[in-house]
Design a protein around this ligand. Sequence first.
Ligand code: GDP
Length: 197
Amino acid sequence: VFTGEATFMKGVVDIAGLPPADLGEFAFAGRSNVGKSSLLNALMNRRGLARTSNTPGRTQEVNFFDIGGRFRLVDLPGYGYARASRSKVDAWTDLIFDYLTGRPNLLRVFLLVDSRHGLKPVDEEAMALLDEAAVSYQIVLTKTDKIKETGVTFRLNEVGEALAKRPAAHPEVLATSSEKKHGLDTVRSKMLEALEG
Ligand code: GDP
């Protein structure tokens, strides 16, 4: 479903620019530098389709990718860029709030967390927002090639325990490495399951 069928649709800066809500969507969110562009490119098998741009303060666009006319991947701007005074989910503008809270065809948010660092307060803020909006989300650990297998297991348990304390139920935590192409098929199969469910 993914290979060679991904195309960039559009970058959106306001709610009026959103594509019609006629296809299921999976949104990808996480702290700046978490490895979101790398994971999107790896999932889509298209190097460079999602730009790996770490320019902070750049115009924040929500980017839509069409996957074979069957569903879409949605690249949300990274949040929590490392500036002490701006630790909030402040890159999450009105557009992103409106998108996350009012998009009927949004099937799931994949919330990316660096496997080396685990959950940061800003991630917990994002989780609280999604829980409040009753948006389904699944945590995806990134860059697992950078730590030992025991470290990955530790992190999976730690994040799983944090999730278990949240008010809503959430699907299991996934582990990925875009570099080594680990865990990608699992993420893809979660999307296909959600599409069929
Ligand atoms: P974004 O800001 O969330 O889109 O993050 P990027 O995809 O641009 O990645 C940030 C940095 O982490 C880049 O230097 C990537 O090469 C690196 N990176 C991303 N994914 C992986 C991974 O799976 N393994 C390793 N070792 N590095 C990664």
